[in-house]
Ligand binder design. Structure first.
Ligand SMILES: Cc1ncc(C[n+]2csc(CCOP(=O)(O)OP(=O)(O)O)c2C)c(N)n1
Ligand SMILES: [Mg+2]
Length: 320
């Protein structure tokens, strides 16, 4: 990765962080409804994993989905408008935080059903095989999803048919308030996936460059018809499960331990070490990102909901 690319990655992760900090503030002010799950702390997982993908590859994820879209290049204003439930959002305001989707970015959905995206990844893998293209599917899900039945069915079929899928498990070590140790008979998630005929990897999900190295290999294998891979990215979410979770099940020391390893501090230090980038250049990037987020808020604030007549065709087959 050259200097410009590395700074581009920093910018992406800074945008993800700043956008979501703003979302938290606006959610608390009541500017958006429904549930809201933030990715704060986990940015290096998606930023690193998505890095080797092409525009025509498919991406799927869970309800913690704002950042995938931002990283795939969807306008932050369009994402924010969707969170507001407004008509210029990526789903015309009918999806909201947990159900983002953008066909142009080939992000085919945030899914609120835990592991719901995994069987859909298998369907997309089959479609790619049928059309004989060299596209790849990247499917993100949490550690909790590995206890769900559909997850095991999906991995089995992906392995059996050697489909071009990269399964990326965001192991933030909790499923709502339940720790991995208390919910999974096999807490080693790479080992748990290894019975399904695919290459498995464990990676430090708090390190962007390590994420890129592992997923680059997995994506290339899938593209060359060598079948699926499973990547367990060890990470941590800084906030509660959703905006309404005070997260009392984790000790202050535990949260502090992970925050000390913050992904943004880390990538900045790595770039400074490799390319001797001065502080001012990072500050400049932070400034442009602040502007992007501000514009996103302005767009969302200026929008409106669909009228009932406008919404009707999307909720009724007959369009009446
Ligand atoms: C099939 C299903 N079961 C239960 C739930 C309720 N639920 C919502 S989020 C969640 C935790 C999932 O944790 P994990 O997969 O680790 O993802 P994370 O929230 O940590 O990113 C649960 C149990 C659900 N949405 N779907
Ligand atoms: Mg989890």
């Amino acid at each position: 990765m050259n200097r410009q690319e590395a700074l581009g990655a920093y910018r992406q992760m800074r945008l993800a962080r700043s956008f979501e900090l703003k979302v938290a503030e606006l959610y608390q002010k009541g500017r958006m409804g429904g549930f809201c799950h933030l990715y704060t702390g986990e940015e290096a997982v998606a930023a690193g994993a998505l890095w080797p993908l092409r525009k025509d590859d498919y991406v799927l994820g869970s309800y913690r989905d704002h950042v995938y879209l931002l990283l795939r290049g969807t306008d932050p204003g369009v994402v924010m408008a969707e969170l507001y439930g407004h008509s210029d959002g990526c789903c015309k305001g009918l999806g909201g935080s947990m159900h983002l989707c953008d066909r142009e970015a080939n992000f085919l959905g945030g899914y609120a059903i835990v592991a719901g995206e995994c069987p859909i990844a298998v369907g997309l893998g089959r479609a790619i095989r049928y059309r004989q293209t060299d596209q790849v599917v990247m499917c993100f899900f949490g550690d909790g999803a590995t206890n769900q039945g559909a997850y095991h069915e999906a991995l089995n079929m992906a392995g059996l048919w050697q489909l071009p899928i990269v399964f990326v498990c965001e192991n933030n070590q909790y499923a709502i308030g339940t720790s991995l140790q208390r919910s999974s008979a096999e807490p080693d998630l790479a080992k748990k996936a290894s019975g399904y005929g695919m290459e498995t990897h464990r990676v430090d999900g708090m390190d962007f460059f390590k994420m890129v190295a592992v997923t680059e290999r997995a994506v290339e294998r899938a593209r060359r018809g060598k079948g699926p891979s499973f990547v367990e990215a060890r990470c941590y979410r800084y906030r509660g499960h959703s905006m309404s979770d005070p997260a009392k099940y984790r000790s202050k020391e535990e949260v502090a331990f992970w925050k000390e390893r913050d992904v943004l501090v880390k990538i900045k230090a790595q770039i400074q070490h490799d390319f001797e980038v001065p502080d001012g250049e990072f500050e400049e990037i932070d400034g442009t990102v602040r502007g992007d987020v501000e514009r996103a808020v302005q767009m969302a604030e200026a929008g409106r909901e669909l009228t009932l007549d406008e919404a009707r065709p999307y909720v009724s087959q007959a369009g009446c």
